[in-house]
Ligand binder design. Sequence first.
Ligand SMILES: Cc1cc2nc3c(=O)[nH]c(=O)nc-3n(C[C@H](O)[C@H](O)[C@H](O)COP(=O)(O)OP(=O)(O)OC[C@H]3O[C@@H](n4cnc5c(N)ncnc54)[C@H](O)[C@@H]3O)c2cc1C
Length: 412
Amino acid sequence: MRKLVILGSGTAGTIAANKLRRLLPRDEWDIAIVEQQGTHYYQPAFLFIPFGKYRAEKSKKPASKYIPAGVTRVSASVEKVDPEAKTVSLSEGTTLEYDYLVIATGTTPRPDQTPGMEDDWHGTVHSFYTYDDAVALRDKLADFEGGRLVIHITEMPIKCPVAPLEFAFLVDDYLTKRGLRDKTDITFVTPLPGAFTKPVAAASLGGMLEKRGIVLESDFMVESIDNNKHAVVSYDEREVPFDLLVTIPLNMGADFVGESGLGDELNFVTVDKQTLVHDTYDTIFAIGDAANIPTSKAGAVAHYEMDLFPENFVKHIAGKEMTEKFDGHATCFIESGAGKGMLIDFNYETQPLTGSFPFAFMGPLPLLKESRFNHMGKVGFEWAYWNLLLKGRPIPMSPHLSMSGKVVPSDD
Ligand SMILES: Cc1cc2nc3c(=O)[nH]c(=O)nc-3n(C[C@H](O)[C@H](O)[C@H](O)COP(=O)(O)OP(=O)(O)OC[C@H]3O[C@@H](n4cnc5c(N)ncnc54)[C@H](O)[C@@H]3O)c2cc1C
């Protein structure tokens, strides 16, 4: 029997387990999946929990419910991979052998990596990137009576890079409805030169911050959080004071990736951006947020990758060329408040553009433009996530970017 081991049972690992179990003959292949936590979280819901718009418990379900029969579940944390011996060391002291390894351990917020960030965690310093953080922020916001609210990104890349902007739009709406907006100064602090990474989207999203009276503090490389002054401090000695800080801590891949010599300086696995195979070991792949590919870290990317990767994997183990090439395609809804949303669609080569997106059932949806349909698309996707996506069932969206409906700027 040949052995395939999948590390991580989040979005990408769960879809891979479902699709690969269907493709690989059971009398030839053992498949095991290593789960650090028995709970599967629908992370996009973490954006809504702080505003009391979404019941927190609804975002979590038992991970086991989504792992198919015929896949062995191993409850443990991965401590190290030995890519020469082809073994995985686990927290419980056991070792797994593999013929092929798929790393799907995602990215984790690491407040411990910025001096001072953890010292007043859940006091004046908050986040919404984990379940516990989103719930703590919900309780903090419920007691908030106005003041200086700072939304802060430590460093790129982060998962769902639009989520901090969405938070800014939603908190503006939330405070307006509670009659507190006039008593609150909101500042958006980012290491980027603008509101977002790419020019067309940055201009559009920056304009939306301005329209809402949210100050943009750009090119801000944080050095520390000063808990005496209650300020975010940059390397070039700028200080942004806050009464409430909502930060996105440094996002890093799992520690074992670095310790096993498989990743970059942030522990993201170094892979080929089209085939997701490791750049040194052709028995190792990385999927989802764990990979260091130059596109967004998003569930949508994991979804598109998983439309291509399983067929490639089957070709690879048969000694054939991997002909499916992932183009970095990402499709992200952006909540803009007041029941509206925007949509961006891009890949490695094409930045988010205006125009329209062909979407089954509700489409076409407007790109980079606020609409109620985009909001409904975002909210409605949760059903598809639990019932179709995780189980590896088809969703009628092409894994490759389509230029149909997109408006290309004349100087692009
Ligand atoms: C606030 C927020 C909003 C978001 N909104 C959107 C959105 O609207 N649209 C969108 O497309 N994406 C969104 N995302 C991003 C999306 O949730 C992730 O990109 C997606 O879950 C990535 O899937 P993954 O499998 O790579 O990682 P994950 O789903 O995070 O899974 C990683 C798994 O690996 C496990 N793991 C980690 N280390 C180890 C270890 N050492 N040993 C064993 N297991 C380990 C973890 O416990 C976890 O179960 C959002 C994320 C957040 C935080």
